[in-house]
Ligand binder design. Structure first.
Ligand SMILES: [Zn+2]
Length: 79
């Protein structure tokens, strides 16, 4: 399901249809936000590959976190 959504999003970006939504999603900011509880970390060292969100104990690779957040934001703000 995520793969399909990501593919469709990329297609739209290519077509320039959701350029507005994409600007709202700051890549640096997305990896700071916990995809589970939406808590935003204050510190976000770029050398850190795995993020731990002390708010709920969620642990994930920063790339995965950014990926999940971009998907969720693009989906919720394009409607
Ligand atoms: Zn969390």
């Amino acid at each position: 399901m995520h793969d399909v959504g990501f593919y469709e999003m990329r297609q739209k970006v290519t077509d320039g249809e959701i350029s507005k939504e994409f600007k709202l999603v700051n890549p640096a900011y997305t990896s700071r936000t916990c995809p589970r509880c939406i808590y935003v970390k204050k510190k976000c060292p770029f050398t850190q590959r795995t993020f731990f969100y002390e708010s709920c104990g969620y642990i994930a690779d920063r790339d995965l976190v950014g990926y999940l957040n971009v998907l969720s934001r693009a989906g919720s703000e394009s409607s």
